[in-house]
Write a protein that binds this ligand. Structure first.
Ligand SMILES: [Zn+2]
Length: 302
């Protein structure tokens, strides 16, 4: 199994997921090796292998189906470039927190999901959970990590995308429905509206933030929320209004592949799109309930 020098981690906080993209030289392949020892059930689908340590196989069959649905939406919104076949994902789902920690290692004791190359390690939800709560939590964490894995695979693991794009998109796809629309929970919607209102400074500076700047503790939550708001507008809001800004996600992936450098890709994007105008549109969108509601109903057509 191949491992990368890049890791994606999610942390479960009472209400939010915090993720980090750590540029680490992985000194071990511990996660997957440990995982192999604990899984008891295997499930296989078109794009994924699931290894679960839980007797509720039917529960996870549903989760796996949901992930396959989400995956087809990833492909619809960000199609694999010609000639690129996205890698098969390996998903390890643990029954207990202890199992998860023994698989990912103590250094990730704060996380709820770790994405490592093609493998996703998923912790159970904190505390006792109902079947429904378990399924919802697991799906959300899996969709988020699943998107990181999908994006890395269409970039053929050759370039690190900007934080605004990677974390913003992963959060957008947390809310993907089987019907294909992206239904943000109302509570989250309010947080995104607030994040856009609280955002000061210009968009280009935000998009240039590297890992360290994005994770700066003081502004981390705001950065996450603002990235989510930006990407929701680009994938859904702009698309539902036939705005040319809807072309940005696919174009950015193309530029990343071409230049293999997120900052070069961003600078070309800045020449092609008026980011000042995008910022004005973004603010206008998030202050209009009718525009948000129209976007919630939007479904991307194949
Ligand atoms: Zn993330």
């Amino acid at each position: 199994m191949r491992y990368l020098t890049q890791q994606q981690i999610s942390k479960f906080h009472p209400a939010v997921y915090l993720c980090t993209a750590v540029l680490l030289l992985l000194c071990s392949t511990l996660p997957a090796q440990a995982a192999k020892k604990v899984w008891t059930r295997g499930l296989k689908s078109r794009n994924y292998n699931f290894y679960i340590y839980d007797s509720r196989k039917s529960l996870f069959r549903k989760v796996l189906n949901n992930l396959e649905n989400a995956r087809s939406q990833f492909e619809l919104f960000l199609p694999p470039p010609p000639g690129v076949v996205p890698e098969r994902g390996i998903v390890n789902i643990y029954r207990t927190r202890q199992q998860y920690l023994s698989a990912v290692g103590k250094e990730f004791s704060w996380s709820s999901g770790v994405w490592n190359g093609k493998t996703l390690e998923i912790s159970p939800p904190p505390g006792e959970s109902s079947r429904n709560a378990y399924r919802k939590y697991t799906s959300t964490v899996i969709y988020h990590e699943g998107f990181h894995q999908y994006l890395a695979s269409i970039l053929e693991n050759k370039v690190m995308p900007g934080m605004w794009f990677n974390e913003g998109s992963a959060q957008v796809f947390e809310d993907i429905q089987n019907s294909g629309n992206i239904a943000i929970p109302r509570k989250k919607e309010n947080e995104l509206v607030k994040a856009v209102r609280m955002f000061h400074g210009d968009l280009y500076t935000f998009m240039k933030k590297d890992y360290k700047q994005f994770y700066e503790a003081k502004n981390r939550n705001l950065n996450y929320r603002f990235a989510n708001a930006l990407m929701f507008y680009l994938y859904v809001g702009a698309a539902s209004e036939n705005s040319p800004f809807a072309k940005i996600p696919v174009r950015y992936v193309h530029l990343l592949r071409r230049y293999r450098d997120q900052f070069k890709a961003l600078n070309v994007l800045k020449k092609e799109f008026d980011l000042k105008q995008l910022e004005r549109e973004l603010r206008a969108f998030w202050s209009s309930t009718s525009r948000i509601n129209r976007a919630r109903r939007y479904r991307k057509q194949p």
